[in-house]
Design a protein around this ligand. Structure first.
Ligand SMILES: [Zn+2]
Length: 295
């Protein structure tokens, strides 16, 4: 657990981690958030951006404000609207008047299929950044890089001045991302990995959870390979007669903390839906089988 120790710095204290970048760790550790959500403060001049303000906890918000000091918050930027990322946007805005900029709100059709307990339904952006759009402040620029997959509204933020990329939950060094249908989409997720892989200008990733990633393209290439391997495992499970997600997960995630199995099951389902879209598998209710290919 050395990697964990490395980033297990005191909660609620700003720490300089790179040029233009400071980090404040929220006290919300869990099997899904590692040591907690990392809020990044970008900029050292008259104004700053706050990326992923995190959970709406008083201690965390006070730590962000103390780190920002006399600077103006030019933008509160959220990568996506899971509850460990965006809820502090509203109280931070109320306290400072800063605009909320970045990912779109999820359009939850009433309580429809994409509504999920993990989402922050109160997120209200003042401005949604489309892919490639930028905002800027005193000595910094942030470019939105649309990366749907973990969630449909996920956005990463590039800082071209230094080659840093804030990857939210899209790419993390300590764990693979959960991709949970119907909002999470494995086809989109893989395309978004490929999109980051093709960006040669990014030299370091700062994920919302876990340590910085120093050789990001190498990691992303490995992650794409890992997903392809999972795919092959799933096809083998089906071949071996394990046609349901419930039957596959204990086989595929033997060494993994079984508190994570339900989330793993969501990712397996996401893979199956991707494979179905590619006409490699078919489903009858919860039972999946290999598609008969005509060749
Ligand atoms: Zn998330």
């Amino acid at each position: 657990m050395d990697a964990l120790k490395d980033i297990d710095k005191p909660y609620a204290e700003a720490e300089r981690i790179a040029p233009l970048v400071r980090r404040v760790l929220a006290r919300n550790p869990s099997p899904f958030t590692y040591t907690g959500t990392q809020t990044y403060i970008v900029g050292d001049g008259a104004d700053v951006a706050v990326i992923d303000p995190g959970p709406a906890e008083d201690e965390h918000i006070a730590a962000i404000l103390s780190a920002v000091g006399k600077a103006r918050i030019a933008a509160i930027c959220c990568t996506h609207t899971h509850r460990d990322h965006s809820p502090a946007a509203a109280p931070l805005q109320a306290l400072t008047g800063a605009p909320v900029v970045g990912c779109a709100a999820l359009t939850l059709e009433d309580d429809g299929p994409r509504a999920d307990a993990a989402f922050d339904p109160d997120y209200r952006p003042d401005r949604v950044l489309q892919d490639g759009e930028t905002i800027g402040g005193d000595g910094w620029t942030l470019e939105a890089v649309a990366t749907p997959g973990h969630t449909s509204n996920h956005v990463c933020f590039a800082l071209p001045e230094t080659g840093a990329m804030f990857t939210g939950d899209h790419v993390m060094g300590w764990s693979t991302s959960v991709v949970s249908p119907p909002d999470g989409d494995m086809t989109d997720y893989l395309a978004s990995l490929q999109k980051l892989y093709e960006r040669e200008q990014d030299s370091v990733y700062f994920p919302a959870h876990g340590p910085a990633v120093e050789k990001p393209r190498q990691l992303v290439r490995g992650m794409i390979g890992h997903r392809r391997q999972r795919e092959r495992q799933i096809l083998k499970q089906i071949e071996a007669g394990h046609g349901t997600v419930a039957a596959m997960v204990p086989q595929m995630y033997k060494g993994v903390d079984n508190r994570l199995w339900p989330a793993a099951g969501r990712s397996v389902l996401a893979h199956l839906l991707d494979l179905e879209r590619r006409s490699l598998v078919t489903r009858h209710d919860d039972d999946w089988s290999l598609a008969l290919t005509e060749q």
